[in-house]
Design a protein around this ligand. Structure first.
Ligand code: SF4
Length: 288
């Protein structure tokens, strides 16, 4: 095990000695004993609220002084370790070289399909939908049952089909066939929550309006003790109050890929993680 850690260290920190790396280790949370530092089983998330949570609603904690070291380590690991999100994530779901209105609608639909669904399944479903010319008009003209049949591999497909149908009709009647260009209006659409709305603003309108927090971002930032929260909405409010804005655009993509490849929900690969000696939830920090 130690040999593997040494190999990983050499791979990612070629210019640092083991001694230098250990110097970056922060103080431990004094309330935790060695035995208490375990990776807990992932808990079922509470149902998302559509309203952003005020930072006053959660107990705020500061980012640890070495948060940027940890962040840069994650950037480095993401360069070295491919993740599903890199080839089948939301930036690959919509067609780019088509009518911008249609492209933006495809972004919104793909994100509506993606909740509680693996990226591979969303990607495959979008490929099938786009074969039929996925547009506001197309969705408005087909029946809900026809749409259900096309998206039945994604989670909660019946509810999503109803939301997508209703959304297409609203876009046709109210927004001239386009999607809304503000976060506030997007969140009012059926089935669109804060994470989806922020990602839609970024992918469809190229505007960064917040940090999109899904289960990966929520889990990892709690493991790192950058936040101490119970819901993704609380995590979003906490992170937006603390993480410099320049990192907001990449934050979701970075941590989703890290969560898919290394900091997995169950059995995270702490022995392969560059943060294994400095992460408060590492299962391997005492091996050095
Ligand atoms: S050490 Fe383990 S729990 Fe901590 S960030 Fe790395 S993989 Fe996740």
């Amino acid at each position: 095990m130690t040999d593997r850690l040494t190999r990983n260290r050499s791979k990612y920190w070629p210019d640092k000695t083991l001694h230098e790396i250990k110097l970056e280790e922060p103080k431990m949370d004094s309330k935790l004993s060695e035995d208490e530092i375990v990776i807990s089983k992932p808990k079922k998330l509470k149902t998302s609220s559509k309203l952003p949570v005020s930072t006053k609603a959660v107990k705020s904690i500061e980012l640890p002084p070495n948060w940027k070291v940890i962040y840069d380590n994650i950037v480095q690991m993401r360069k070295e370790t491919p993740a599903v999100v890199d080839t089948m994530g939301c930036s690959h779901w919509a067609d780019k070289n088509i009518d911008p209105k249609v492209s933006r609608f495809q972004v919104l639909v793909s994100l509506m399909l993606s909740s509680q669904t693996r990226d591979e399944v969303t990607y495959a479903t979008m490929v099938e939908l786009k074969k039929n010319g996925l547009s506001v008009e197309y969705i408005d003209n087909i029946s809900t049952s026809e749409l259900e049949a096309m998206i039945n591999k994604v989670g909660f497909y019946r509810r999503k089909a109803a939301f997508i149908k209703k959304t297409a009709n609203t876009l046709k009647e109210v927004y001239d066939g386009d999607i809304p260009s503000t976060l506030e209006e997007l969140i009012k659409l059926p089935g669109v929550g804060p994470k989806m709305a922020n990602l839609t603003m970024q992918e469809a309108w190229n505007k960064v309006t917040g940090i999109a927090v899904d289960t990966h971002v929520h889990r990892i930032t709690n493991r790192l003790k950058w936040v101490k929260t119970k819901t993704p909405e609380q995590t979003q409010a906490e992170l937006e109050a603390k993480v410099p804005r320049e990192h907001w655009r990449d934050f979701n993509h970075l941590l989703v890929g890290f969560g898919q490849s290394i900091c997995r929900p169950v059995k995270p690969k702490c022995s392969e993680c560059l943060n294994c000696t400095i992460c408060p939830s590492s299962t391997n920090k005492y091996l050095f």
